[in-house]
Ligand binder design. Structure first.
Ligand SMILES: O=C(O)CCC(=O)C(=O)O
Ligand SMILES: [Fe+2]
Length: 368
């Protein structure tokens, strides 16, 4: 049912660009159907779809979540309006990125992508933490004006999407159904982000100079990342099975989801954190800027990232993660988050950062 839009919000609009007509090599990804989890059998079915997706591809789609396209569109519109604010206004919200703080605005231009020409990244990020009382985040008036709607959206992602995925994951590992839900409670402190993200376009000549590479291959640090349908093709995933990069196709009424580092640690490597990157879009989409809407879910800060003793993991021999296997201290999620964010955001080139230690037992990597 259409939701009535208060008059002062009507001007918020965002037009998606048409999908590419180019014949790209798309990743074949399965879809977890949240419309099928009302019965125990359905839950088992979808738990199997999820765990296979996590182990084989690492990326999957989710459909039939209970959030309307209209609400999603309005988040894109808000993201668009945010990026249309003057730069000096956005710069008021830059956190201490060099020390791993990542709530607020990250301006473009922190990474040199081509040493010869000096071309830098054009990625802007605006991260909003949980609205649960733990974070005292400052916002521009535009965001303040819509903060209730933004908070409701973030909370809905937890209750309508993430909690179901965590339940299915627990079922697949033969753990109590609420095991992972309890590690991601919205009211507890964790470094989640609801993110508006913008990649400003390059000219074809600039794209050539940077080897079409807008953001190098990486893994995300939390549990699941949710990416809302993105018509500008640019995201590629590295297939676990054959190491090939393939494009992620926009699918109507779905969210694209990937598994991240914390799930790898918690499952002793059974779930693989997926490698993905962002490249120049196909030619028929290179004339537009690319706006993204994402949610980064992370376990609670005080959780120790030790391998969970789940029956499936015990049976299959996934009993130690990299920290445990090498006899290092097992970090808490908070220690891990800030260490990796610091590594990601320091102003060094990709090559200088490659293989430097993030925490004893884990070195940072970028993937070509
Ligand atoms: O923009 C995208 O599609 C992916 C962004 C991403 O991988 C990230 O921010 O970690
Ligand atoms: Fe990512």
């Amino acid at each position: 049912m259409p939701v009535a839009v208060p008059p002062h919000l009507e001007s918020l609009n965002y037009n998606y660009v048409p999908e590419t007509k180019e014949d790209l090599e798309w990743a074949e990804l399965v879809t977890v159907d949240l419309g099928d989890i009302d019965t125990p059998e359905g839950k088992q079915r979808q738990a199997k779809v999820l765990i296979d997706a996590l182990r084989i591809k690492g990326f999957f789609y989710v459909k039939n979540f209970n959030i309307s396209q209209e609400r999603v569109n309005r988040q894109f519109a808000l993201g668009n309006a945010f990026y249309n604010l003057p730069l000096e206004e956005k710069l008021k919200y830059v956190p201490d990125l060099d020390n791993g703080n990542y709530n607020g605005y990250r301006p473009a231009g922190r990474v040199v992508l081509d040493q010869a020409s000096g071309i830098t990244d054009r990625v802007e990020v605006f991260n909003m933490p949980k609205f649960n009382g733990y974070f005292n985040q400052a916002y521009p008036q535009l965001v303040k004006d819509h903060i209730v709607e933004i908070e409701q959206f973030a909370r809905a992602l937890h209750s309508e999407v993430l909690d179901h995925l965590f339940t299915l994951l627990a079922i697949a590992l033969e753990l109590p159904e609420d095991y992972f839900v309890n590690l991601h409670k919205y009211e507890q402190k964790s470094e989640d982000h609801l993110r508006y993200m913008k990649y400003t376009k390059y000219t074809p000549d600039e794209n050539k100079k940077i080897g079409n590479m807008w953001a190098r291959g990486h893994t995300d640090l939390g549990s699941f990342t949710l990416l809302f349908r993105q018509p500008v093709a640019a995201l590629q995933i590295k297939d676990h099975s054959d190491g090939q990069w393939r494009w992620v196709k926009p699918q109507d009424a779905t969210i694209t989801v990937n598994a991240c580092d914390a799930l790898t640690f918690l499952t002793g490597g059974y779930v693989k954190s997926t490698i993905h990157r962002v490249v120049a879009p196909p030619r028929d989409q290179q004339q537009v800027d690319r706006l993204g809407l994402l949610y980064f879910a992370r376990p609670v800060n005080d959780l120790k990232l030790a391998t969970v003793k789940a029956p499936v993991l015990q049976r299959e021999g996934f009993t130690q993660n990299d920290f445990e296997a090498q006899g290092h201290d097992v970090p808490t999620m908070e220690e891990w988050t800030f260490a990796k964010q610091k590594w990601q955001q320091t102003r060094r080139s990709y090559d200088e950062k490659e293989n430097t230690v993030i925490l004893p037992g884990f070195s940072g990597k970028y993937f070509e």
